[in-house]
Design a protein. Structure first.
Length: 97
């Protein structure tokens, strides 16, 4: 089994801070868009076994790395909130900001 450890870590951070990201929608499509945008900003880190994720998680103890990933998620959430692709919300424009 081949897994991207960064995907697992980003998902965990996203759900941990979901309410603080000020997203107007938390539907599956919007969440996946945030993750896709975020994952395109970070270098993948592949592991062959979910049990090996602990090494990747230990790197997140470094506040600078954790903060950097949270910033990436925050920027992605802002993009998705401004330009949602789901049917729940229309994109924000200058009149309704």
């Amino acid at each position: 089994m081949l897994l991207n450890a960064k995907e697992i870590l980003l998902k965990e951070i996203l759900y941990q801070y979901l309410n603080q990201l000020n997203m107007i929608c938390h539907c599956e499509k919007c969440i996946e868009d945030v993750l896709a945008i975020s994952l395109n900003q970070v270098k993948p880190q592949y592991i062959t076994d979910i049990d090996k994720i602990s090494y990747s998680k230990s790197e997140m103890v470094d506040k600078q790395k954790n903060t950097a990933m949270l910033v990436i998620l925050t920027e992605a959430a802002s993009t998705v909130t401004t330009y949602p692709r789901c049917e729940n919300h229309l994109p924000l424009n200058k009149e309704n900001r």
